[in-house]
Design a protein around this ligand. Structure first.
Ligand SMILES: [Fe+2]
Ligand SMILES: [Fe+2]
Length: 170
């Protein structure tokens, strides 16, 4: 990880003003949503037979290519819905049980990162959809999956893990 990014992430670890506690059901909900996000990415990898080989669709027939294009399209919609719902869950919990105020620095940064991440996911999907329409959904899936794993991993390390840890220490 580039050191400038490490510094940026370190500067964001400020969940000190979280006063409340997560209930077991809230903790379960967040864990479950994180697991669903991971499962979605796993399913996306499984969509393409050539995924592990970093291949392309040139060896696949038209029906296979069309199937992958269709699956990728439904992935876009389902994944966006899931991400949107998950961000809302976390923000509601932070404002509710964790009693973060709207002015809490960590909450504001976490919320702003959700908005930025959402915009970035939409951009990636547009880019990926172009590759797919050009007849190479394999390339589209490969690039999209790699980038999503990176972005969501960074977000989890910088925001989700610190706020979950902060509530476990109490
Ligand atoms: Fe999360
Ligand atoms: Fe988050």
């Amino acid at each position: 990880m580039p050191s400038i990014l490490k510094e940026r992430i370190k500067a964001m670890l400020l969940p000190g003003q979280i006063a409340g506690e997560l209930s077991p059901s809230e903790r379960h909900l967040i864990d479950e949503e994180h697991a669903r996000l991971e499962q979605f990415l796993e399913d996306l990898r499984d969509t393409c037979e050539n995924f592990g080989k970093q291949g392309n669709c040139f060896g696949c027939n038209r029906t296979q290519v069309a199937t992958c294009q269709g699956r990728l399209n439904s992935f876009f919609y389902d994944f966006l819905d899931l991400v949107d719902a998950h961000f809302e869950t976390e923000e509601k919990i932070m404002l509710g049980s964790l009693k973060a105020s709207n002015e809490d620095d960590f909450f504001k940064k976490h919320q702003a990162e959700h908005a930025r991440l959402m915009a970035e996911v939409k951009d990636l999907m547009r880019e990926s959809s172009i590759f797919s329409q050009q007849g190479n959904p394999s390339e589209a899936i490969y690039r999209l999956e790699n980038k999503l794993v990176e972005l969501f991993g960074e977000h989890a390390n910088a925001f989700d893990t610190p706020f979950l840890r902060a509530t476990l220490r109490r």
